[in-house]
Design a protein around this ligand. Structure first.
Ligand SMILES: NC(=O)c1ccc[n+]([C@@H]2O[C@H](COP(=O)([O-])OP(=O)(O)OC[C@H]3O[C@@H](n4cnc5c(N)ncnc54)[C@H](O)[C@@H]3O)[C@@H](O)[C@H]2O)c1
Length: 254
């Protein structure tokens, strides 16, 4: 499939999980991609792929990384804000530091990169911003109040963007995955509270078989299942989709 031929795309959080799978999918559809992450990236070399280190929570790093991406690509058509972290705790034990860190990376990071990319996306005339929300924005996830708040904020931020820049042809959409195999879900044992009550997770199970589970036994989807949806949104197949979120959760919240 060639529907993203020569589309110029910046992906954050491209080093792992969904961001990585998305980068590979976009490249496979003909896009030129600048893949960015806070850590070094070890993506396989591919035509059209460049890599840049960028911390989405750091304003200077975002300014430098986004400028480098725009220069490399000669402009920008699509931004995929996939960078994110999950830190969890009982809410009454959540430190202000944890709360601020999650908001800084997930929500403020999404704002910072979007702000830096907007002039180029608007110049493109059909710019697209794909943000990463989560089913946790709309459906209860225990121990994850900061994460859920950050993901709800991303949906509201995305709606606002979609209207504000609609006349310039910009589309802004959030994807809201359920549980997906990634760095975040692989490390669940390290961030779940020691006295975790797994019965609270009974409401978070997909109705479709996934064939994959986390280390703690919960079913998870392949990251490619989300990557394909991002590719559709980035392409003209998503031309009439804006100001909304697409849930990719295997029917968890049906
Ligand atoms: N995996 C899931 O079940 C799930 C569900 C819903 C939403 N999401 C969202 O999907 C997105 C991708 O996460 P994932 O699940 O693939 O996890 P992941 O840990 O595999 O990937 C996240 C990437 O973000 C990068 N990152 C972290 N902090 C960063 C920073 N300050 N600057 C730049 N990059 C940074 C990490 O280095 C990592 O490569 C995240 O926004 C996450 O919240 C994931």
């Amino acid at each position: 499939m060639d529907r993203l031929r020569d589309r110029r795309i910046l992906v954050t959080g491209a080093g792992s999980g969904i961001g990585r799978a998305t980068t590979l999918r976009l490249l496979s559809e003909g896009a030129r991609v600048v893949a960015t992450d806070v850590t070094g990236l070890d993506l396989p070399p591919a035509p059209g792929l460049s890599m840049v280190t960028m911390d989405v929570a750091d304003e200077d790093s975002v300014a430098a990384g986004t400028a480098a991406a725009v220069e490399t690509l000669g402009g920008l058509d699509v931004l995929v804000n996939a960078a994110g972290i999950l830190l969890a705790s009982h809410t009454h034990e959540t430190s202000l530091e944890l709360w601020n860190r999650v908001l800084a990376v997930n929500l403020t990071g999404t704002f910072l990169v979007t702000r830096a990319a907007l002039p180029s996306l608007l110049e493109s005339g059909k710019g697209v911003v794909v943000n990463f929300s989560s089913t946790s924005a709309s459906f209860a996830h225990p121990y994850m109040a900061a994460y859920c708040a950050s993901k709800g904020g991303i949906q509201a931020f995305t709606h606002s963007l979609a209207l504000e820049y609609s006349k310039q042809g910009l589309r802004a959409v959030s994807v809201a995955p359920g549980s997906v195999k990634s760095g975040i879900t692989d490390s669940a044992a390290s961030w779940l509270p020691q006295d975790v009550d797994f019965s609270l997770f009974g409401r978070l199970l997909p109705i479709l078989p996934t064939g994959l589970t986390t280390e703690v036994g919960n079913p998870v989807a392949r990251p490619e299942a989300v990557a394909g949806v991002v590719a559709m949104l980035a392409s003209d197949d998503g031309e009439f989709i804006t100001g909304t979120e697409i849930r990719v959760d295997g029917g968890t919240h049906t």
